[in-house]
Ligand binder design. Structure first.
Ligand SMILES: [Zn+2]
Ligand SMILES: [Zn+2]
Length: 380
């Protein structure tokens, strides 16, 4: 075990300072935490190594010793009888306990999670939007009730300077070192102290506001910037708005799952919009210009060529939904619905009969049609 290069394990240079070492340790510990890693057994081994390396390199005395002799103080490799003193009766039974406390192999519940700084949980919440809001983008306020760091103690769990006392079991280190015999030789294991959950201290005077939890449940309001073009199924991430972390770990994130409501008149398919426009049969036959109202104040002028049939679709390029990256917009499609009047007065009936008798290609259909149009809608 003396061949281990603790600097290499943490991926830091030999002249790295304390902060570099700490940062490297935190990053690796998160990455190889057996709770999150995909290959759990490999991660557990690596996690053990990382902890071991950090326990040496973060301790000035041990680091100096290691730098000089190439192994940790007390790591009497080659001496198989090396110290089991004082830890749970020793022997290989001790190894089992130790391993459990390191990795919860025996199903020890959430104990390990409390032992190290850990990131808070992510929250997920639904958010409904109208199509107009999705079209234009909107700043929305959301209200949620969740744990936040206690405002009175700012997450420190106590108000007193001496609110904590050093743990007597681990003498404030938060860790217990144990030499174990393995078929491969002696191995120094580092385990979080069970008495203080690895904190190195125990809470003597808890904050009265949060009873020492460091967090309280609170109703709060957040402003969410919703970008134009968002669609159902997208998630908006609010960094740091999730559950507070443990032992000073970072907070989780809040994810807002977007659901865009259906619109009464406008249908959305991806970036394209579809809308129906009712057109009088005279306009469809003679041609004309009509206004198409879409979303909010968007109004497009639609030129209908003479002889337009029911169901004809006209496309307005680039007049649909904005794309999320704002590079361009989808298209607007307008489908013409030709309206035929259901009630006719005697004059209208007479003119339509005349039209029918004249036949569509003979006589003067155009002027006759104009007369019909006037009769129907008074000179449209
Ligand atoms: Zn508090
Ligand atoms: Zn302790």
């Amino acid at each position: 075990m003396s061949q281990k290069d603790y600097y290499q394990i943490l991926g830091v240079a030999r002249d790295a300072d304390k902060n570099d070492i700490k940062r490297a340790f935190k990053r690796l510990a998160r990455e190889y935490h057996p709770d999150v890693a995909e290959d759990k057994s490999a991660a557990e081994l690596k996690f053990g190594e990382i902890n071991e390396a950090y326990s040496i390199l973060s301790d000035d005395e041990k680091k100096a010793y290691y730098d000089r002799y190439g192994h940790a103080p007390g790591a009497n490799q080659g001496d198989p009888g090396g110290g089991f003193g004082g830890f749970g009766g020793g022997g290989f039974g001790g190894f089992g306990d130790l391993f459990e406390s390191l990795f919860d192999l025996g199903g020890g519940g959430g104990r390990r999670q409390q032992a190290r700084p850990s990131r808070g949980a992510d929250y997920r919440m639904g958010m409904r939007l109208t199509l107009e809001e999705a079209f234009q983008g909107v700043v929305k306020e959301v209200e949620l009730t969740s744990d936040v760091a206690c405002g009175r103690c700012e997450g420190r769990q106590t108000l007193e300077a001496d609110g904590f006392a050093a743990c007597t079991t681990c003498h404030g280190t938060g860790q217990l070192h144990q030499q174990v015999r393995t078929p491969f030789g002696n191995l120094t294991q580092v385990a979080p102290c069970g008495a203080c959950q690895g904190r190195g201290r125990t809470l003597k005077k808890p904050c009265p506001e949060c009873s020492g939890r460091g967090s309280v449940e609170k109703k709060r309001k957040l402003e969410v910037k919703v970008p134009a073009g968002i669609d159902t199924g997208k998630l908006i991430r609010m960094p740091g708005e999730g559950a507070p972390g443990n032992l000073g770990g970072p907070s989780g994130d809040l994810y807002l799952a977007i659901e865009v409501d259906q619109h009464k008149t406008v249908e959305r398919r991806g970036h394209d919009l579809f809308v129906k426009k009712s057109v009088f049969f005279t306009d469809a036959a003679l041609g004309g210009t009509v206004d198409v109202e879409v979303l909010l104040d968007q109004k497009e002028s639609l030129k209908i060529p003479p002889g337009t049939q029911n169901g004809t679709v006209f496309r307005f390029k680039g007049k649909g939904m904005p794309k999320l990256d704002r590079s361009s917009r989808g298209d607007l499609n307008v489908m013409v619905e030709v309206i035929v009047p259901t009630k006719l007065n005697s004059k209208q009936k007479k003119l339509l009969k005349e039209f029918a008798e004249a036949g569509s290609q003979e006589a003067e259909p155009h002027s006759l049609f104009d007369k019909i149009k006037d009769a129907l809608w008074g000179g449209h």
